[in-house]
Design a protein around this ligand. Sequence first.
Ligand SMILES: NC(=O)c1ccc[n+]([C@@H]2O[C@H](COP(=O)([O-])OP(=O)(O)OC[C@H]3O[C@@H](n4cnc5c(N)ncnc54)[C@H](O)[C@@H]3O)[C@@H](O)[C@H]2O)c1
Length: 245
Amino acid sequence: MRLDGKKAVVTGAGRGIGKTIATRLASLGADVAIVDIDGETAGSTAAEIASTGATAIAYELDITDTERVAAVFKGIAEDLGGLDILVNNAGLTRDNLFLRMSSNDWDLVMQVNLKGAFNCTRAAVRPMMSQRSGRIINIASVVGLVGNVGQANYAASKAGLIALTKTIAKEFGGRNITANAVAPGFIETPMTESLPEKARADFASKISLRRFGSPLEVANLVAFLASDEADYITGQTISIDGGML
Ligand SMILES: NC(=O)c1ccc[n+]([C@@H]2O[C@H](COP(=O)([O-])OP(=O)(O)OC[C@H]3O[C@@H](n4cnc5c(N)ncnc54)[C@H](O)[C@@H]3O)[C@@H](O)[C@H]2O)c1
């Protein structure tokens, strides 16, 4: 499985799962654009990847800013010499029980997780259409499939992202552009590491494989969906949750 010469954009790639995805795509031969609202982490991720000999360029970008997204993506396609793969990974949580959830927290999560993916997809799909090929991979969550207490905003945003994925697959399949969603369960990140030991053990006991997943396991699935080996897969939501659901 190789991605030699492919041009990839990963949003939210300054840290966490996005950073691991960008690193994995680059290790398979892709040139990567590291997009993050945090310019500092984007820069250090790009430098780390570039130190392996791969091509990685950092772009500080708030994906909720529709006009800037269009301009920066145009620049990315010029800098990299095309755009083959978009990974909509940037996302955040603002958890609270439904009755306590503020309207601001609802809006912020929708803006970043759903509108951000809309903005980036719209900006990426044009160059993909003209080259008559492209891969869009959206990082959703199992919570978008089954809901979760305290995450009405997050669950709705990820369910929306799954529906967006299916629609993009239908609208752009004729141009040989595939769109798939990846739905991770519990993944070892700073977010889950901060859970109390007892809570971690309780969650793990409900997972068939009795452990959390790693960012690399998610990145390997994304790399597969981005590769030629996944040519005939589109409109799917693939859970990667150790059998939790
Ligand atoms: N960690 C998990 O267990 C888990 C489980 C399921 C799904 N996910 C999803 O995976 C993705 C990555 O999660 P993570 O745990 O690595 O999160 P993280 O918080 O470690 O990383 C998210 C990155 O997105 C960036 N970002 C946030 N808002 C942005 C914006 N407006 N514009 C550009 N960049 C922005 C952040 O700066 C950060 O670098 C998210 O979409 C998340 O919902 C995570």
